[in-house]
Design a protein around this ligand. Structure first.
Ligand code: MN
Length: 290
């Protein structure tokens, strides 16, 4: 397994620059940094080259996360929004490929966060999502990119809430580079059993996010990490495990993630780094078993 961290841990805005974090996460011992995919669209070619070079120089691989917005996504009932979604994905995938990204994960099949003030059409959104992802898969494959469909909790999305639904969706898509993505924070809300959910995903598991029930760094809460690690090893998971902690209030991130108190014990930057480093050590030990 390879271990990573989503750089938004240190930031308050999704659009924050990822470049300064590449060397930082490398020094903390991570193998991977996860970045906000849409942000790659704001970079010039020179900036993309600089980020790719920094990752290479620091021996860091990059993965991407994405929650498409309501005005451009693949499953929209409005064909104009679907068309904008397709154009957005083609642009975004092309740009992250320049960063040598081979995996993008998130609510790719839908939008995020879902507006529950609007009527919900789960079946229609599912069908349009399958069609949109299936038609995008070959484009992504030509760039060497896997599309990892994240299973989210009910408060953030309505289309796929469990590993079982994730497997059904990805099976219906039927493309080798479209995978299931699980996240322990969401699993804790929706799954009866962590290990059963991981076994359900089995060989279709393409990406794995970790975080405690309150999104603190793994090892600081009560999730059953031994059970999770045993199940990951049992299915022979050799992919990437990215921790996705959110512990600070404020900004667009604090609002979207609903962080209404400081979960970091008022950590300064040095303690934030130290918490991430310790959690990485814990994660390698308990998930990889070494
Ligand atoms: Mn996640």
């Amino acid at each position: 397994m390879k271990f990573g961290i989503y750089y938004s841990y240190w930031e308050q805005e999704w659009s924050a620059d990822c470049l300064p974090y590449i060397e930082r996460v490398a020094k903390l011992g991570f193998d991977v940094i996860e970045i906000a995919a849409h942000h790659a669209n704001n970079f010039s070619q020179a900036q993309l080259d600089e980020i790719a070079r920094a990752a290479k120089d620091n021996g860091i691989a990059m993965t991407a996360g994405l929650g498409p917005s309501a005005d451009c996504y693949l499953a929209a009932p409005d064909p104009a929004i679907r068309k904008a979604g397709r154009a957005f994905f083609e642009k975004t995938l092309t740009n992250i490929a320049k960063l040598d990204v081979h995996s993008i994960g998130g609510a790719l099949h839908s939008y995020w966060p879902v507006d529950y003030n609007k009527p919900i059409d789960k079946q229609g959104d599912w069908e349009r999502g399958v069609e949109g992802i299936a038609s995008l898969a070959d484009f992504a494959n030509d760039l060497g990119i896997n599309l990892c469909i994240e299973v989210l909790n009910r408060f953030e999305n309505h289309v796929i809430n469990t590993a079982e639904e994730g497997v059904a969706f990805v099976t219906e898509v039927g493309k080798p580079n479209v995978k299931v993505m699980l996240d322990t924070f969401h699993m804790n809300i929706e799954e009866d059993s962590f290990s059963a959910a991981i076994r359900t995903a089995g060989p279709l598991l393409g990406h794995f996010h970790t975080g405690e029930a309150n999104r603190r760094v793994p090892g600081r809460g009560r999730l059953p990490w031994h059970e999770i690690g045993t199940a990951l090893r049992e299915i022979g998971y050799t992919g990437t495990v990215v921790m996705e902690p959110f512990v600070k209030m404020g900004g667009g991130i604090g609002k979207d993630i609903r962080v209404w108190r400081d979960l970091s014990d008022n950590a300064d930057q040095q303690k934030m780094d130290e918490d991430a480093r310790k959690s990485l050590e814990f994660s390698r030990f308990v998930l990889e078993g070494c």
